[in-house]
Design a protein around this ligand. Structure first.
Ligand code: HEC
Ligand code: HEC
Length: 257
């Protein structure tokens, strides 16, 4: 091949790549609807440092304020990046934070802390291409503040109330659990005194399946206080910091026949 032919081929490849980047096999992230970063999470009720870290480290995939790197204009890299952004926004979109109920915000805050503890977010593929994402220890600390750390060891002031527990269950748990069908979490009717990880056909973590735990009142209380330290490697990214609320929830779970 002559030099002229080679450079012709190169120009052709670049043109093809730019043209292909106009297609969106994983969905169109609507780059033209770009939101400004300055307005993101502005009125959210969370510690300042958590807010700044979320905007700096997570907003590229988890908001409509994505900063598209220059190489995201070329296929097939553009497609990989678009897929991450579309999937990321589906799970957590900081641009819509203020429209969420306080309970939903609490669930998401706990999922964020769970992801950070396990070190899965941001995804490795993204860190590899160095798109601003490395989390320093100070970033981790800032994100951990989203969930109060003095998770009360104290016991409830009053005995658990199943009616209050039902209302809490509907608000906090039904994002992942139903009573009679398996969803992101296993069904919970009959969980009281059930062996942990024993619902046939549900895809538990091996940590919980091999935990040897039975769901007594005390164990449910420990689980809802801090799943990660009770069963390290388990997959439920949610806890209930207030002892009275745990107690009410457990009363409700016990009352189910
Ligand atoms: C490269 C884009 C990208 C970045 C940057 C990123 N995420 Fe994600 N995130 C994703 C994708 C994609 C998913 C969907 C789940 C999956 O595929 O693993 C997700 C899912 C999540 C979820 C939901 C998990 C679940 O099980 O529902 C949380 C919480 C989360 N990310 C938090 C964060 C936080 C906090 C940061 C910043 C420190 C962050 N992410 C940075 C792409 C990203
Ligand atoms: C973000 C999703 C999510 C939320 C919210 C959630 N759970 Fe879970 N839960 C899970 C997952 C996933 C598992 C399975 C854990 C594993 O496999 O390690 C689980 C497991 C459990 C188990 C053990 C069940 C068994 O069969 O061993 C109990 C009990 C439980 N959840 C109670 C609750 C209660 C009560 C709430 C509300 C206060 C709640 N969960 C909120 C996802 C969730």
């Amino acid at each position: 091949m002559t030099a002229a032919k080679l450079s012709c081929a190169a120009v052709g490849a670049i043109a093809a790549s730019l043209a292909l980047a106009r297609f969106h096999p994983f969905g169109d992230p609507q780059r033209y609807l770009q939101q400004s970063r300055a307005t993101l999470l502005q009125t959210a009720a969370m510690p300042d440092s958590s807010l700044r870290t979320l905007v700096a480290k997570c907003a590229d995939c988890h908001s409509n304020a994505t900063r598209w790197p220059i190489y995201s204009d070329a296929a097939p890299i553009s497609w990989m990046i678009e897929r991450d952004v579309i999937e990321g926004r589906k799970h957590l979109n900081l641009s819509h934070w203020n429209e969420l109920s306080a309970d939903r915000q609490q669930v998401l805050e706990q999922e964020i802390v769970h992801q950070i503890r396990k070190g899965i977010m941001p995804p490795v593929s993204y860190r590899l291409v160095h798109w601003q994402a490395h989390l320093r220890p100070s970033d981790r600390d800032a994100l951990m503040k989203l969930v109060p750390s003095e998770i009360a060891q104290a016991t409830a002031a009053q005995p658990g109330d199943a009616d209050r527990g039902r209302a809490l269950f509907n608000r906090r748990c039904t994002g992942c659990h139903a009573l009679d069908s398996d969803r992101e979490g296993p069904h919970l009717r009959g969980v009281y005194l059930r062996r942990a990880g024993s619902v046939a056909g549900f895809g538990y973590s091996s940590a919980i399946r091999n935990s040897g735990v039975t769901w007594t009142e005390a164990n449910l209380n420990r689980w809802l206080t801090d799943t990660d330290s009770m069963v390290p490697g388990s997959a439920m990214g949610f806890v209930v910091p207030k002892p009275q609320e745990r107690s009410d929830l457990i009363a409700f779970l016990r009352s189910l026949q």
